[in-house]
Design a protein around this ligand. Structure first.
Ligand code: PEP
Ligand code: MG
Length: 570
């Protein structure tokens, strides 16, 4: 039966396909027996998987911060106990030895055995502990199939699940998954940013999907509106087909702008830089005529791994971006690990009560001088291959900029002494994403060569609204009078001092905000190549003089509705 399951559009594009549901920690295993001589290897395989889970849980424990550390930590400790539980382990070995079951099926049998004991309990709390058993057994099962079973993407299907990690998303796209729908998640998460970069339609926060959708059900997904339709009817199919036709028409139209300048109606050239991390992003940015790379997020080199990338590995990564841009400027942002970007790194990060306000970005870099120096060396070496700028994240004071500059000078001196070829000038810039940096800009603008406004974090910190918390709904928005005034101040000060200033948060990539940002005086945008042509089209339709004349009215707006009214009149 047709059912509409609303979520939030996180990455545009439409898809029609069969659903593949990945329930969290569910074990679907058919009975399987093994020959007697395969028993020892099977037991070994099982124990190797258990070891992997033990070490994963240890690492997870390390990475947890603050309140989460307490809450989730208790579960992890319980899970660690379960993993070492002699009854569980002995039962599993026994099933493989005597029943000659495969490790997978032994897990399933053992799970069902324990579950039957738990379900018979009177105490509701104890009964609910079966969830923990399921999670532990689910993890062991995933570890048994490290390569294949973790991700169940199938070409032409739509993956429906609770949540997806950024690393998984890239694999799903490579497997040909057409779209992803998640019950949780947020449109501002790094998963969402990556989905947009991969052109993979994504709907998040579709709360009902896991209850209502089954494997093989047909879904129509619209990553723009966030609408998911289960078993779509004739009208939905018509809408889907017309959306697809519209997408093709739009692509064709936009492609004509590949070689056109980004020039307003009244003849002012605006610079469009690209936010690019992968080789594909860099190639796309180059092909679309981006002025350069405006944001290369280096933390992605550090995530989802157990060891740190050394100087050589980092140097090669940065050099390849520089070479890919053939002489156009590449802005490399120093490490911005911490808060929501902390999944599995080679760094041991200490528990923090409030990681978003903790040791992240430049604070972490300055606290780990050796790590930072290695990164600066790698970046400076890459400057021998083409123009490079260094961008420092999460700056909140002049002292931080001065400390980075001092270390940068030392690194340059050392590299020159060691005979490396490096650029004559390497501009140093600051991200403006902490309100203190925006308000206190006059005190340190003299110490930087350029600025990049990270609206994703600036909105979060200015409005005290977590960028990843879906429950906040409209509270997290750039359409707030305080944000517009702050942006205007930063841009005005930078323009007066002739320091280049860009916006590199997601706001820059949304063409509907272009008139607003132009009115506030912005001349540079940095955005993912996926929407670069759209932004170019929007800017080519703007009359900058007229927009600037309307800026005072925009700055007088007292609420979101009046800002939106101003935008509609543009
Ligand atoms: C930002 O905060 O706007 C930004 C570009 O940085 P990130 O999204 O990587 O935190
Ligand atoms: Mg940021």
């Amino acid at each position: 039966m047709r059912l509409v399951l609303p979520g939030h559009g996180a990455s545009r594009g439409s898809a029609l396909g069969r659903a593949r549901v990945r329930l969290p920690h569910v074990l679907e295993v058919a009975e399987e027996r093994i020959p007697a001589d395969a028993v020892p290897a099977e037991v070994q395989r099982l124990h190797a998987a258990i070891d992997i889970v033990r070490s994963e849980m240890r690492q997870l424990r390390h990475r947890l911060h603050g309140a989460l550390a307490q809450e989730v930590g208790e579960f992890l400790d319980l899970h660690a106990l379960l993993l070492d539980d002699p009854e569980l382990l002995h039962g599993l070995d026994e099933l493989i030895h005597t029943g000659r079951y495969s490790a997978d099926y032994a897990l399933r049998l053992q799970r069902d055995r324990i579950a039957s004991v738990f379900t018979g309990m009177d105490d509701a709390y104890l009964r609910s502990r079966i969830d923990d058993i399921d999670q532990v057994i689910g993890r062991i099962h995933a570890a048994l199939h490290r390569r294949a079973a973790d991700l169940q993407g199938v070409a032409g299907e739509i993956l429906v699940t609770d949540n997806v990690a950024p690393a998984e998303l890239a694999q799903l796209q490579a497997q040909g998954v057409m779209a992803v729908v998640t019950a949780g998640g947020s449109a501002l998460s790094h998963t969402a940013i990556l989905a947009r970069s991969l052109h993979l339609p994504l709907v998040v926060g579709a709360a009902q999907v896991l209850q209502k959708v089954n494997d093989g059900d047909v879904l129509a997904v619209d990553g723009t509106s966030g609408m998911v339709v289960l078993e779509p009817g004739a009208e939905d199919l018509r809408t889907h087909r017309s959306r697809m036709r519209e997408q093709v028409r739009e692509r064709r139209q936009l492609n004509r702008l590949r070689r056109e300048p980004t020039r307003t109606i009244d003849g002012v050239d605006i610079k469009l830089y690209a936010n690019a991390e992968s080789r594909a992003d860099v190639a796309e940015a180059h092909a679309l005529g981006a002025a350069g790379v405006g944001l290369y997020r280096t933390e992605f080199l550090f995530l989802q791994r157990n060891e740190l990338p050394d100087e050589e590995e980092q140097f090669r990564a940065y050099r390849d971006v520089v070479l890919g841009m053939t002489g156009r400027m590449v802005t490399i942002r120093t490490l911005d690990l911490g808060a929501d970007k902390a999944d599995r790194t080679g760094l041991v990060m200490s528990d923090e009560p409030n990681p978003a306000l903790g040791v992240r970005g430049v604070r972490l870099s300055l606290a780990r001088a050796a790590l930072f120096e290695t990164q600066l060396r790698a970046i400076v070496r890459a400057s021998g291959y083409g123009p490079v700028r260094i961008l420092v994240p999460m700056v909140s004071s002049r002292e931080e900029v001065l400390a980075v500059r001092k270390l940068l000078k030392k690194v340059i001196r050392d590299l020159l002494k060691q005979g490396h070829e490096i650029a004559d000038t390497i501009p140093l810039g600051a991200m403006i994403e902490v309100p203190a940096a925006a308000i206190g800009l006059p005190s340190f603008i003299g110490a930087v060569d350029f600025l990049s406004i990270g609206t994703n974090d600036l909105v979060q910190y200015l409005l005290a609204a977590d960028r990843n918390n879906d429950a906040l709904g409209d509270l997290y928005t750039p359409l707030h009078p305080a944000l517009l005034r702050l942006l205007h101040n930063v841009i005005t000060i930078a323009n007066k001092r002739r320091k280049p200033v860009a916006v590199c948060g997601e706001m820059a990539g949304d063409a509907t905000f272009a008139p607003l940002l132009l009115a506030l005086g912005l001349g540079e945008f940095s955005l993912h190549p996926a929407t670069l042509l759209e932004l170019r089209r929007a800017i080519r339709g703007c009359d900058l003089g007229a927009l600037r004349a309307r800026a005072p009215a925009l700055l007088r707006a007292r609420d979101r509705a009046s800002i939106e009214k101003w935008m509609h009149a543009s």
